[in-house]
Design a protein around this ligand. Structure first.
Ligand SMILES: CC(C)(COP(=O)(O)OP(=O)(O)OC[C@H]1O[C@@H](n2cnc3c(N)ncnc32)[C@H](O)[C@@H]1OP(=O)(O)O)[C@@H](O)C(=O)NCCC(=O)NCCS
Length: 208
């Protein structure tokens, strides 16, 4: 989607932060975030072999900015592109007409910024945006079955487990981890029995 205006937030520990769109100028910071995640997080889909060049990062920003069903938000030390990025959430809906009503996100913070509510703020912002979006009805994610902390966070926000893909990730010879798919609906009257619906918060800054 188009670039959204930056919004100032204050974390519970009183740290000021900005939530804004990833933009050109953030390429180096996004690559650094990705490298930090690969190095510090055992539940990362990307391995050290999956590197991004500046061109790849730039192209991904381009796509996220152009596609109306995509949203790439970063948690940043400042409101402008190039200001330090400490976390991010990247959502993409389905490319074709019949799968455009749902999409999947990836999320991650620098190690020093975990457990401080940055993830909660990013996910809540995405869900508010999705709830106000013309097309999006369902927000999904995939998670290492072993990522117990992250799954707890998603459950707290109302996501429910939908399915499990066995041996989805291969970490090495004979070493596999299952993928757990979770989702939440964002439009009233759509969720099947047993699934939740996100209710957009008042004062949603990303909504029209
Ligand atoms: C998962 C992640 C994005 C959550 O963001 P966060 O800012 O740490 O989460 P918050 O501070 O808003 O919420 C804290 C909750 O997240 C959970 N959490 C998940 N991973 C955590 C971590 N590495 N450190 C601390 N808390 C973590 C905690 O269980 C906590 O739950 P609680 O509040 O009920 O105690 C972040 O921890 C992270 O980047 N982890 C590494 C990458 C990753 O696992 N990404 C998810 C892939 S599916």
């Amino acid at each position: 989607m188009a670039i959204v205006a930056a919004r100032a937030v204050t974390l519970p520990d009183r740290t000021p932060l900005w939530i804004r769109s990833a933009q050109h100028g953030d390429e180096a910071a996004l690559i650094q975030l990705r490298e930090d995640l690969v190095a510090s997080n055992p539940f990362q889909v990307s391995s050290p072999r999956d590197t991004w060049s500046m061109e790849v990062a730039s192209q991904k920003i381009e796509t996220a900015t152009r596609e109306p069903g995509h949203l790439w938000l970063v948690a940043s030390l400042g409101p402008k592109p190039g200001d330090g990025v400490v976390g991010g959430i990247h959502f993409r809906n389905g490319e074709r007409d019949r799968i455009a009503h749902h999409g999947t996100f990836g999320i991650g913070n620098l190690a020093a910024w975990r457990g401080r509510s940055v993830g909660t703020v990013l996910i809540e912002s995405l869900l508010d945006w999705a709830a106000a979006h013309d097309t999006i009805e369902k927000v999904c994610l995939g998670c290492f079955a072993t990522n117990v902390k992250a799954r707890k966070l998603y459950r707290r926000l109302g996501f429910k487990t939908e399915s499990r893909s066995r041996r989805f990730f291969k970490l090495g010879p004979g070493k596999y981890v299952d993928d757990i798919q979770m989702c939440i609906y964002v439009k009233p009257g759509v969720a099947p029995e047993g699934f939740g619906t996100w209710v957009r918060r008042t004062g949603c800054w990303l909504c029209p």
